[in-house]
Write a protein that binds this ligand. Structure first.
Ligand code: AMP
Ligand code: TRP
Length: 332
């Protein structure tokens, strides 16, 4: 059975992009794989986090993952900082990865912006820690959104260089698992920008705890153009907002874009948005209710994370011990 690893930052309740681009896929992959899922609090502090907020958001995200259908009994769910193997391997990878490789990372450039001299050094080596997350388990398949593809290529470069430098075939090749239609969900206010938890406008995203009225209202107000929906996919070219809403519908209904246009082509956005809102409510309302149920019992969430950490450590510690031996660390 192939081993899956993925991580998600504890930056508040997940939004629809996280769900369609990542979480839904995480849930589906539980069938037929051994899955290890991690709330990446170490990655979170590469940018300043209020300590109390970080703890709360880590627990909130875990509750949300459980509500989406992550089965923490058959698989593993834990918080990254509680399994020390991640930082041990990350240090080795800091010494394997090259400056030039990290300089090419577009996510670093985006996050650092013009303020490159002033961002944390952790932000720069962020991808090394991500490689360590995966390779500490020798996981071979990694479900992520499209924006993480470059980091996985880097992880493979690191694994290969480690194997080459130490003359071993120790780390496997990682295969990204990138989801189809809605791999990139865009903002409801601007079809050229990714939907994101960090967008200042609440109207730009749908949160996994939004109630039915909020969802309907956000979709009604979503930016569109005055034309009706086309009947062919090419008719979506140059219409990013229309393409985004059709993409969201497609992902939720299990159709491709053309399938949605067969049903809804020729309709105005008023009617289409109503159908989309109903579909979103049907899919998300049960998740919102289940999230609230977990959040009402924080001790239960913490218990799940504690048990997950013990099981994660049992897999990762021997692998990282061996990596340290290969590097030449004395392990008396
Ligand atoms: P983040 O919250 O940015 O750490 O993202 C967590 C996961 O959700 C990652 O796998 C991202 O690639 C994915 N993701 C975040 N935003 C979007 C989006 N707008 N569309 C698709 N996937 C996304
Ligand atoms: N960098 C990923 C993101 O922003 C989160 C992440 C951290 C991750 N470690 C990982 C994803 C390991 C997959 C595997 O979405």
């Amino acid at each position: 059975m192939q081993r899956i690893f993925s991580g998600i930052q504890p930056s508040g309740i997940p939004q629809l992009g996280n769900y369609l681009g990542a979480l839904r896929n995480w849930v589906a992959l539980q069938e037929g794989h051994e899955c290890i899922y991690c709330v990446v609090d170490l990655h979170a502090i590469t940018q300043w986090q209020d300590p109390r907020e970080l703890a709360r958001q880590t627990r909130e995200l875990a509750a949300s993952l459980l509500a989406c259908g992550i089965d923490a009994e058959r698989h593993v769910l834990f918080a990254q900082s509680t399994v020390h193997a991640h930082v041990r391997l990350a240090w080795i990878f800091n010494c394997v990865a090259r400056m030039g490789w990290l300089n090419r990372m577009t996510q670093f450039k985006d996050k650092a912006g013009r303020d490159r001299e002033n961002v944390s050094t952790g932000l720069f080596v962020y991808p090394n820690l991500m490689a360590a997350d995966i390779l500490a388990y020798k996981a071979t398949r990694v479900p992520v959104g499209d924006d993480q593809r470059q980091h996985l290529e880097l992880a493979n470069d690191i694994a290969q260089k480690f194997n080459h430098d130490y003359g071993v075939a120790f780390f496997p090749t990682i295969e990204p698992v990138i989801q189809g239609v809605a791999a990139r969900v865009m903002s409801l206010r601007d079809g050229t920008k990714k939907m994101s938890k960090s967008d200042p406008s609440e109207q730009s995203r749908i949160n996994l705890t939004d109630d039915a009225d909020t969802i309907a209202q956000k979709i009604r107000r979503a930016k569109t153009d005055p034309e009706p929906l086309p009947s062919e996919v090419v008719g979506l070219d140059g219409r990013p907002e229309a393409r985004n809403l059709v993409g969201i519908y497609a992902a939720l209904a299990g159709l491709d874009l053309q399938g949605v246009l067969i049903e809804h082509g020729g309709k105005g956005f008023g009617a289409f948005k109503e159908a989309l809102a109903a579909l979103l409510v049907a899919r998300l309302a049960p998740i919102a209710a289940e999230t609230r149920r977990w959040l009402a019992d924080p001790g239960a969430v913490d218990g799940v994370l504690r048990a997950g950490a013990a099981r994660a450590a049992a897999i990762a510690e021997p692998i990282v011990d061996e990596a340290e031996r290969l590097v030449g660390f004395l392990k008396p």
